[in-house]
Design a protein around this ligand. Structure first.
Ligand SMILES: Cc1cc2nc3c(=O)[nH]c(=O)nc-3n(C[C@H](O)[C@H](O)[C@H](O)COP(=O)(O)OP(=O)(O)OC[C@H]3O[C@@H](n4cnc5c(N)ncnc54)[C@H](O)[C@@H]3O)c2cc1C
Length: 460
């Protein structure tokens, strides 16, 4: 069979692929883009968009329940209409999915293939009956939920981020295995919808990559809403008991197992690289299955790049999109952009959100850099007290000698937006005094960021 020739093949219509296809096609390249399932990938269909839509519904429920404290009367008990809630979520994500698919199908110089793509050789890919070839291939295949081999896991009907989002009934008791980003967002949302919720975490604290004070504050906020948290679950086993699912946290003897109606596994992600035929293209992967790439996202095979979650260099939509920007700049704009130029940043969308940039306190201490630290509780932020949302705190870290900002954590209302003034100052490589000399708008959360920098003391 003679393959159909293209200048470039893009595999995966997630967060990097469509934009890259657009840039390549606009530059006159004949492009093929292949998607095996849902246009928009994880973020649009089973990740960011649907979860943040649920988080928004959960916030409304929470505000309605606490309305009296604001002098507002809401009659009757607050309940979640799961069917309506799901319909709203689906409407929001369908708009994004359809926009991406329509854009790609209408794109000049771009052919859309639907199906699973596999390498036949370093320049050829098969999608069902179709064989296509190109000298340049861009892999944007993303990842999926990891299913850990814990005892009993295949004997119970567990949920992942995909299947939980499909529920249109309220779980009576949701047990969330995994106390990190995905697990916490779902846990708080479903608690606010009215489920009993238990988080089971193997480690000694939630969000373990963060500082201990952040983990402690996150735990306190969740417990205040009635979420049960079981840490140090050194050995998790699952079993069925009638209609219920039993989760033991201690294999030897667990006197008080958690008994749930539903179990969500939120213990990490794995890359979609096991069924791509990478061996036929001489593309190397690491021991976790991530495609090995250099600083400009070139794989070990000439003419093949890997972008987004599948390269292990990031696990966010903004890192996937930044991968597209790096590849496009290097190939089409003759600029030199690199992965190592970017500053780590992300947010956990519990309420209040946790926003992070750069190094945290533990990492600064480990670096041995002379540093200054500033903190401020959200109780001392006017906007937060006016909104009645005073949980959390801000923390900033600065190099004592160069005055460069090393990193920040903001756990607090609007923290996910406010942190960008710190992030942009870091990108500008400007000293923290740029922020302390700037006049910020009152009353905002950002307005207090200069004050946190002004109140710093040496990190002892
Ligand atoms: C519950 C949840 C919430 C999240 N929330 C956030 C958030 O708030 N903010 C944030 O920044 N990130 C969030 N993320 C992470 C974010 O969704 C991912 O980092 C992002 O989607 C990665 O984009 P990607 O393009 O690398 O991969 P994906 O979006 O996964 O896209 C990969 C695409 O490739 C396709 N594909 C795979 N293999 C093949 C093949 N062989 N042939 C053809 N097509 C193939 C897939 O079908 C998919 O459409 C969340 C993730 C989850 C699970």
């Amino acid at each position: 069979m003679t393959p159909t020739c293209f200048d470039a093949i893009v595999v995966g219509a997630g967060q990097a692929g469509p934009s890259l296809a657009g840039r390549l096609a606009a530059a006159g390249r004949k492009v093929a883009i292949v998607e095996r399932k849902l246009f928009g990938g994880t973020c649009v269909n089973t990740g960011c968009t649907p979860t943040k839509t649920l988080v928004a519904s959960a916030y409304v429920a929470h505000k309605a329940r606490t309305a009296q404290a604001y002098g507002i009367n809401v009659a009757g008990p607050v309940t979640a209409d799961m069917k309506a809630l799901k319909a709203r979520k689906d409407a929001v994500l369908m708009k994004s999915r359809n926009n991406i698919e329509t854009w790609l199908r209408g794109m000049e110089n771009c052919a859309v293939f639907t199906g699973h793509a596999r390498f036949e050789s370093p320049t050829e890919m098969r999608i069902g009956e179709d064989l296509i070839t190109a000298p340049e291939i861009f892999l944007n295949v993303g990842g999926r939920a990891k299913v850990p081999e814990m005892p009993g896991v295949h004997e119970v009907p567990f949920l992942t981020n995909v299947s939980l989002l499909d529920l249109d009934e309220l779980p009576r008791h949701l047990i969330v295995v995994g106390g990190s980003y995905v697990g916490i967002e779902f846990a708080q949302a479903f608690r606010r919808f009215g489920s009993e919720v238990t988080i089971v975490e193997m480690g000694p604290r939630l969000v373990q990559r963060e500082d201990e004070d952040v983990s402690a504050s996150v735990k306190e906020i969740l417990e205040k809403e009635g979420i049960r948290i079981r840490l140090n679950a050194e050995c998790i086993t699952l079993a069925k008991k009638g209609q219920k699912i039993v989760v033991h946290v201690n294999c030897a003897h667990d006197a008080s197992p958690s008994l749930g109606s539903h179990v969500l596994l939120a213990v990490g992600r794995r890359p979609n690289t096991d069924d791509l035929g990478l061996d036929k293209a001489c593309v190397a992967i690491d021991k976790h299955g991530y495609i090995q790439v250099d600083d400009q996202l070139r794989t070990t095979a000439p003419g093949i790049w890997a972008l987004g979650d599948c390269n292990g260099k990031g696990a966010f939509t903004h890192t996937a999109y930044n991968d597209f920007e790096i590849v496009a700049a290097n190939l089409l704009d003759y600029e030199t952009r690199r992965v190592t130029d970017r500053i780590p940043c992300y947010a956990l969308y519990m309420d209040p959100p946790l926003a992070r940039v750069g190094l945290n306190e533990r990492e600064v201490r480990a670096s041995g850099k002379p540093a200054l630290i500033g903190t401020r509780p959200m109780t001392k932020v006017a906007r937060a007290t006016e909104k009645g949302e005073t949980d959390g705190f801000m923390k900033v870290l600065v190099n004592a000698e160069t005055k460069q900002i090393l990193g920040a954590s903001i756990l607090g209302t609007s923290g996910d937006e406010a942190i960008h003034c710190i992030l942009d100052t870091m990108y500008a490589r400007a000293p923290y005094t740029t922020i302390t000399h700037a006049m910020h708008i009152h009353p905002t959360v950002s307005e207090l960021i200069p004050t946190v920098f002004e109140d710093m003391k040496p990190l002892s």
